[in-house]
Design a protein around this ligand. Structure first.
Ligand code: AMP
Ligand code: GLY
Length: 421
């Protein structure tokens, strides 16, 4: 089978890697890919936002299945477009993708279907929100409605900061909008909970804990993710059941009521407060770097699972996992998530000898004349699957130190909640 993977991050390299181990996959194209995907797939330099060009490539090369990694093309309607052209795609359609594309859409579903989430208000202008900020409890959370690459969320300690956030959002920092969302602050522990669905049935697809803040101790600005580990320490059967019963099933029912369905990965972003799950956000794709930690634990052939989803046969597949734990540390460009330099050579990479169950997934890298250069804020993901988080993290740090890349920095404390000092 011939597969196209859309995207260029660590998530997409990890997906390509899993697909490359499938006996059913004969060829992988990654659009546009990175220096890592290039070693197992053919990178194709076309703009995937141009759906017509993408369609031409897919038809010309007789692609069997397209797998969409990132959220933007999903929210922009790539699945509806390609399916209309009779192309098989793994990912949710435009309406289902609103679960990530519009936080207000999701909040309204939560309200109607009584899904536990932070109490919220929706405001149409700054004056309306100002009145609310006079009497609300702090901290208060202010959110832009649409996609904002994880940057559209403000945790505000007082009225001044809350108003500043509202004004930035209405001024269009995250695109034109006429609504802003405010939420009560939930004090608990976060958990990323994954589901895979074919539109008819769904299965769990692991849990992880992401470290979003840039500095050790979870301090500093939010990033796309500085590292992750799987499983989350919070996971247990009882909590899993609650998440499915109170959150996932009502959400799928709400999509049914809208005469649609969810096919693809669903990332359920939760805050667990006193053993009770609250929905913080949905993403309509795998997490990055959560994907890089979860896929190495997968025993079943990823391609077979995805093929079953696009053929609506997921109920016929048993998804099996290795019992091990897995941890991922992200090596970033110095300065990220603010300003950083690109095109700094990563010289030592080919000298690193990885053992079984050790992986390096590329993110912001590119290959120029057979040399690897940085090409983004998050550059490389180091992942180890093992029965011990502490040993795995120590070994990752040794590998990163061995690489000794002058352009980079990383957090040495990923997984601190599951690793004793
Ligand atoms: P989101 O993009 O909605 O996932 O928000 C980004 C991050 O902001 C989350 O991962 C949480 O750490 C934090 N956050 C968002 N909403 C809340 C909330 N209501 N209470 C506490 N923290 C929140
Ligand atoms: N790691 C967070 C995300 O993928 O949105």
């Amino acid at each position: 089978m011939k597969v196209v993977v859309i995207g260029s991050g660590g998530r997409e390299h990890a997906i390509c890697y899993s697909l490359s181990n499938s006996r059913k996959v004969s060829k992988i194209y990654c659009i546009p890919g990175n220096a890592g995907t290039q070693s197992i797939a053919e990178n194709i330099d076309i703009d995937f936002n141009n759906f017509k060009n993408l369609e031409n490539f897919i038809k010309l090369n007789k692609i069997d299945i397209v797998i969409v990694g990132p959220e933007k093309p999903l929210v922009d309607g790539i699945v509806d477009y390609l399916e209309k052209k009779k192309i098989k795609v793994f990912g949710p359609n435009t309406l289902a993708s609103k679960l990530e594309g519009s936080k207000i859409f999701t909040k309204k579903i939560c309200e109607k279907y009584k899904i536990p989430t932070a109490k919220f208000g929706i405001f149409k202008n700054a004056e309306q929100s100002e009145k609310f900020f006079e009497n609300c409890n702090y901290p208060i959370v202010v959110k832009a409605d649409g996609l904002a690459s994880g940057k559209g969320v403000y945790i505000c300690e007082d009225k001044i900061n809350a108003l500043k956030a509202v004004n930035e959002i209405f001024k269009g920092k995250f695109g034109k909008t006429n609504e802003v969302l405010t939420e009560e602050f939930l004090d608990g522990e976060e958990m990323s909970f994954f589901i895979i669905s074919d539109g008819k049935t769904f299965k769990q697809f692991g849990t992880a804990q992401d470290h979003k803040r840039v500095f050790e101790g979870d301090k500093g600005k939010n990033t796309g993710g500085m590292g992750a580990y799987s499983p989350s320490r919070l996971e247990n059967d009882e909590l899993n059941k609650k998440i499915l019963r109170k959150i996932v099933i009502p959400t799928f029912n709400s999509l049914k009521d809208l005469k649609t369905e969810f096919k693809g990965f669903l990332y359920v972003g939760l805050m667990i407060v006193k053993d009770e799950p609250y929905l913080i956000e949905y993403n309509v794709r795998m997490g990055d770097p959560e994907c890089q930690t979860i896929l190495p634990k997968l025993k079943t052939d990823l391609f077979e699972i995805i093929e079953a989803c696009v053929n609506k046969n997921l109920d016929k597949i048993d998804i099996e996992w290795f019992e091990d734990k897995s941890i991922c540390v992200v090596l970033c460009s110095k300065g990220y998530p603010d300003k950083f330099e690109n095109e700094i050579e990563i010289e030592n990479l080919e000298n690193i000898k990885l053992k079984k169950n050790e992986f390096i997934f590329h993110a912001g890298t590119k290959n120029i004349k057979n040399k690897i250069f940085s090409n983004g804020g998050r550059v490389l993901n180091f992942v180890i699957r093992s029965d011990n988080f502490k040993n795995a993290r120590n070994d990752i740090i040794k590998i990163i130190n061995q690489l000794n890349w002058r352009g980079g920095f990383f957090r040495k404390d990923i997984g601190y909640k599951v690793i004793d000092k």
